[in-house]
Design a protein around this ligand. Sequence first.
Ligand code: GDP
Length: 402
Amino acid sequence: MSQGDRMKQGQFTNPETPGYVGFANLPNQVHRKSVKKGFEFTLMVVGESGLGKSTLINSLFLTDLYPERIIPGAAGRTPAQTRTGLQAVAFVMLLSFMHSRSFHSQTEKIERTVQIEASTVEIEERGVKLRLTVVDTPGYGDAINSQDCFSTIISYIDDQFERYLHDESGLNRRHIVDNRVHCCFYFISPLGHGLKPLDVQFMKAIHNKVNVVPVIAKADTLTLRERERLKRRILDEIDEHGIKIYHLPDAESDEDEDFKEQTRILKASIPFAVVGSNQQIEAKGKKVRGRLYPWGVVEVENPEHNDFLKLRTMLITHMQDLQEVTQDLHYENFRSDRLKRSGRLSSHGYVLPLSPANGPEPEEMDKDMILQEKEAELRRMQEMIAKMQAQMQKQGDGEGDV
Ligand code: GDP
């Protein structure tokens, strides 16, 4: 099916099949071989607590409601008040698709310091496998010192690059599991008048490491005019502060008009103003995922109500590009920087073997290498002196014979 056919099925509309996410279309983006192998994608979500990250992720990858769960230890909270973490999403996905990898203990969810919670699930849709990892960062922005939460998140991103680099230089290069973060949804509060200093600092701290997609949370709290004003303001500030967000590639000139139009609309919608919900509500005679207000229903999957479907379309149709930019730009930056720092690329122009995982830090490795070089030099000089002494001895013996 061509991009055009896909578009004709309805732009940003919700596909009819229950449980449909849309990655069944990935074969259109890549070669059959990769399809057989499956796709690996890691999405990170960052933003202050309570902005609706878990709810949105749930809405993005599930159409079924997940059961509300009581978290042990969260005394005094009702299930509805309990933070609906990504573990819950993963749990339901695990049940739904019968493929499990890992998810963390529930008690982690009530701690307030910044943590990294990675939940991996393998989903199969129309024969296409997707190994999806969602990395949540609960507690972001709660700490008094924002640098603390930055460094936890940055270390996580770097660790995945480091692991990949290590695996790539190992023997089993063909079967590397790619855990690199391919995309980061950065949630911006709808209540401010633009970006907060924390938003600016964080996006600048990660923009050279990961594809940043800015998202305005809880868009149902804004009128259409307020939404447009906030979008313009955020884009101006992103520009002003030199923040590099992910840019959708232009549609190729030989692409059909519908696809070009879709790309144009997606580009014009950034930052995506989204609404998430874990509830199915009766609206106009059918069940929809939405939020019920005294004056009506905000439908999550209605493009006239918010940019949820555009965000999902962007993620699905550009998954391969997000992976390529991660590989060709962010990972390459990390790799060359890392190799230069450890002195493995610069002088001779070729890459020397890497130290084992959890090996010494680059600075320590630099010192080690200098020390090793000096020792080798010393050994060479000692050998030379020994040779000269032997020669002189020989000559002395010869003279004595005369
Ligand atoms: P997280 O801490 O960022 O993961 O936020 P949650 O997903 O746990 O959501 C926090 C609260 O915001 C919950 O009560 C959600 O029902 C509510 N919420 C989530 N998404 C939206 C939204 O799009 N609009 C509104 N108005 N509320 C939302």
